[in-house]
Design a protein around this ligand. Structure first.
Ligand code: 5GP
Length: 205
């Protein structure tokens, strides 16, 4: 948390099936001051998932009302479902000085970049495309069509790496989490951010 200043927005994104969800969950199992922004989605709840914890589950109509009411910071249609980030939660939490963490697919990340160019964009990268394919297939909860769709999306997404500040190879979940924690720590030590706080302290004298 920054003293008397806004928090930092961290965006974890990357190809479909790279393990963004797993890495994000492991990161939040550790002690952290980060606030996770729970997304809205129209997709069906998977076994074990809880409304208001994993996602806020919405009907298509409800989701479209959120879009029309400009209540989403970004949203994307992904494999025939909507996914989106609640604007108010993110803006209010950053204003309170907390860091906010988003875990979203790449189209949404690009939209966030337009509104929050100072956000820190982290691209989670697969150790190899072959491994990525195996992970998507072995998840086994989806039909062949869905698997083919997810793979096609993944190849397009990899081209988007250039838009990011950091790339973390997900060869091992714990290593990936450690690297993300280092990125967060480094961003808090950036001269621009520190100088701003110190100037403020002196101005208050
Ligand atoms: P899943 O259905 O496996 O939970 O998520 C599918 C994809 O949607 C993942 O790549 C996940 O990161 C992404 N996703 C989750 N929440 C959001 C969101 O709020 N916005 C966007 N654009 N993508 C999201």
């Amino acid at each position: 948390m920054l003293i008397d200043d806004k928090g930092i927005l961290f965006i974890l994104s990357g190809p479909s099936g790279v393990g963004k969800g797993t890495v994000r969950k492991r990161l939040f199992e550790q002690q952290t001051d980060l606030k996770y922004s729970i997304s809205m989605t129209t997709r069906d709840k998977r076994p074990g998932e809880v409304d208001g914890v994993d996602y806020f589950y919405k009907s298509k109509d409800e989701f479209e009302q959120l879009i029309n009411g400009n209540q989403l910071l970004e949203y994307a249609q992904y494999v025939n479902n909507y996914y989106g980030t609640p604007r108010e939660y993110v803006v209010n939490t950053l204003d309170k000085g907390y860091d906010v963490f988003l875990e979203i697919e790449v189209q949404g990340a690009l939209q966030v970049k337009k509104n929050f160019p100072n956000g820190v964009f982290i691209f989670l990268f697969p150790p190899s495309l072959e491994e990525l394919k195996n992970r998507i297939v072995s998840r086994g909860t989806e039909s062949n069509d869905l698997v083919t769709n997810r793979l096609r999306e993944a190849k397009k997404e990899i081209d988007l790496m250039e838009e990011y500040d950091y790339v973390v190879v997900n060869d091992n979940v714990d290593h990936a989490v450690e690297k993300i924690q280092s990125i967060i720590q480094s961003e808090h030590c950036r001269r621009e951010r520190i100088a701003k706080q110190y100037k403020k302290i002196l101005e208050d004298e």
